[in-house]
Design a protein around this ligand. Structure first.
Ligand code: SF4
Ligand code: SF4
Length: 97
């Protein structure tokens, strides 16, 4: 049987973890917990805070694990969470003449 040659995926060294910034609009949250339950990376957890609606909104447990899949935004019925990508350091220092 011929020996199988395994190749690393092309460009695999260029793939970087995105630099995520998770935003929670706490007073808009109804405390359903969908974002916490369905986040594939366990970025969120329930906070002890009580918001304007009298419920516990989520809080960020570990933002560095976020892959910006935006699943939390998709499942939130009250549009209370969204995620953006922070520019990397090199991009922040680009001068625009
Ligand atoms: S964007 Fe994805 S990984 Fe990041 S917090 Fe939302 S569901 Fe979790
Ligand atoms: S899905 Fe939206 S409303 Fe539900 S807990 Fe998360 S932020 Fe709050």
């Amino acid at each position: 049987m011929p020996e199988r040659i395994r190749h690393a995926p092309l460009g695999n060294k260029k793939v970087k973890q995105p630099n995520a910034e998770v935003h929670i609009i706490t007073d808009q949250c109804k405390g359903c917990g969908f974002c916490i339950k369905f986040c594939p990376k366990k970025v969120l957890e329930e906070s002890q805070e009580i918001n304007a609606r009298g419920v516990h909104p989520p809080k960020i447990l570990d933002e560095s694990k976020c892959i910006i899949c935006s699943f939390c935004t998709a499942v939130c019925p009250d549009f209370a969470i969204f995620v953006v990508e922070k520019p990397c350091k090199e991009e922040r220092h680009i001068k625009h003449d």
